[in-house]
Structure formats: C-alpha cells, structure tokens
Design a protein around this ligand. Structure first.
Ligand SMILES: [Zn+2]
Length: 79
C-alpha cells in the first residue's frame, strides 16, 4: 500500500509540474507570436515583378530590374 501512496504523490507532483509548466509555456507561446509579427512588420517587403507576389526582400531573388519570388520568374521577366 505504501508504493501506491508514493505513486499518488509522484503523480500529483508530475501534475503540479505540468500545471506550472503549462502557464510558463502559454506565456512562451504568447511571447512567440509578437516577435513573428514584429519580424514581418520590420522586415522590408518587396514584390515579385513577374507575378506580383509580396515576399520579404531577404527571401527575394535580385534581378537587374527588381526583385522576384524565384529565379524562374526572374528569367521569365528579364529573359
Ligand atoms: Zn513571382
């Protein structure tokens, strides 16, 4: 019977840790969102000259006439 009591205490401890960990995690997830939003707002956006797609300029393909979403579109637009 002693082991059952120990198991219950252990389970209670695990449950308690989960409860406290969850609040910390929810704070982590809510903390995770703003940086992503801030990142997208601070990131300079550019537009593909071929298809008009908006994308972060750092992800864009630089062409002679401007930015493109992919090398294929750069080739299509610039020949
Ligand atoms: Zn494109």
């Amino acid at each position: 019977m002693k082991w059952l009591l120990l198991l219950l205490i252990l389970l209670a401890g695990v449950w308690w840790l989960r409860q406290t960990g969850r609040t910390g995690r929810s704070g982590g997830t809510s903390r995770r969102k703003p940086p992503a939003a801030a990142e997208s707002s601070t990131r300079p956006m550019t537009q593909c000259l071929q298809c008009g797609l908006h994308l972060p300029s750092e992800d864009s393909v630089q062409g002679r006439q401007g930015d493109y979403c992919s090398p294929a579109h750069r080739q299509q637009h610039e020949g």
